[in-house]
Design a protein around this ligand. Structure first.
Ligand code: GUN
Length: 297
């Protein structure tokens, strides 16, 4: 079997178009422009690229983008004070603090300072708890993007065997929760999992989110399974250049899978598209307006 390629780039383009239309009608009908504040502490090069891209796409969707770049040695109290200000700012509907933070800052403390209603990352413990109990919450962007692609490809996910490789708070755990809420039978595998190959071979859906280049080979994949590759790893090629690869070995997995997301052009573009969608969702909820639920879990 040669897998169908799930085109995350095209899907993300459709999400962005619909988000832009929602933004236009919020402006026209309610005189409200959704606003997203992104806070970057320090100069991590990958984070700088992401933050720039988030700002650009926010503006392209017709929303206001507020970018705050803080020195790497910013104190915790200064960062918390900035979050308090953004929480109180009526022009700001979404707040995202780019992770990872410099080591001297307590990530949990910082994230939990964000007002849950403006937590477009869905990392605040209130949102984690709401998602875990199947209640309306803000949903983390990368897992939400994966879920939307899976639903689009399969329709219902009910009863499917899903294996999530990776147990991070950003991707693995919320992904498992979302799949469970969609009635999958879910296994979370991680670095201590025994017989990982056998665990993965059972899966109708494999979500790889470990951050290790090409670690899942094709002979771990069940014939016809759907493979969602969250990894974005830069590796050196034999010619001394660099290229982006995922957490799965694309060619060998694509030879057996039923469907697969490429890297780049799969999950990556969906993450920012879902961030934009979450910002509109947050804006509608804050203003007590009907929300378009197409891009929520
Ligand atoms: N760093 C890597 N992924 C993310 C994300 O989804 N949100 C934030 N805030 N930081 C990240």
């Amino acid at each position: 079997m040669t897998a169908q390629v799930i085109d995350g780039k095209a899907f993300a383009g459709r999400v962005r178009e619909k988000v832009a239309a929602q933004v236009a009608s919020l402006k026209a009908e309610h005189n409200i422009t959704p606003g997203l504040a992104v806070v970057l502490v320090g100069e991590d090069p990958a984070s700088q690229v992401y933050v720039r891209s988030k700002g650009k796409q926010t503006v392209e969707a017709g929303m206001n983008s507020y970018e705050y770049k803080l020195e790497a040695d910013t104190s915790e109290s200064d960062l918390l004070a900035m979050i308090d200000k953004l929480n109180a700012d009526d022009n700001v509907h979404g707040i995202l603090v780019q992770l990872p933070l410099p080591k001297h800052l307590n990530e949990d403390l910082v994230i939990n300072r964000i007002a849950p209603s403006k937590d477009v990352d869905g990392f605040h413990i209130s949102n984690v708890g709401l998602l875990g109990t199947g209640q309306k919450s803000m949903v983390p962007c990368t897992p939400l993007g994966c879920l939307l692609m899976l639903r689009d490809h399969h329709g219902s996910l009910s009863g499917m065997d899903a294996v999530v490789i990776g147990r991070s708070n950003i991707v693995g755990k919320p992904m498992a929760q979302l799949l469970l809420n969609d009635s999958c039978t879910v296994t979370i595998a991680h670095s201590r999992t025994k017989n990982l190959a056998d665990v993965v071979r059972r899966a109708d859906i494999v979500v790889a989110a470990v951050g290790r280049p090409e670690m899942v080979p094709g002979d771990w994949i069940k014939e016809g399974a759907t493979v969602i590759d969250v990894g974005i790893n830069r590796i050196e090629t034999d010619e001394g250049k660099t290229k982006l690869v995922g957490d799965v070995d694309y060619d060998s997995c694509a030879a057996v899978a039923g469907a697969i997301t490429p890297v780049p052009g799969g999950v990556g573009p969906m993450t920012i598209a879902c961030l934009l969608a979450n910002t509109v969702t947050a804006c509608c909820r804050i203003h007590g307006l009907a929300e378009d639920n197409e891009f929520t879990a």
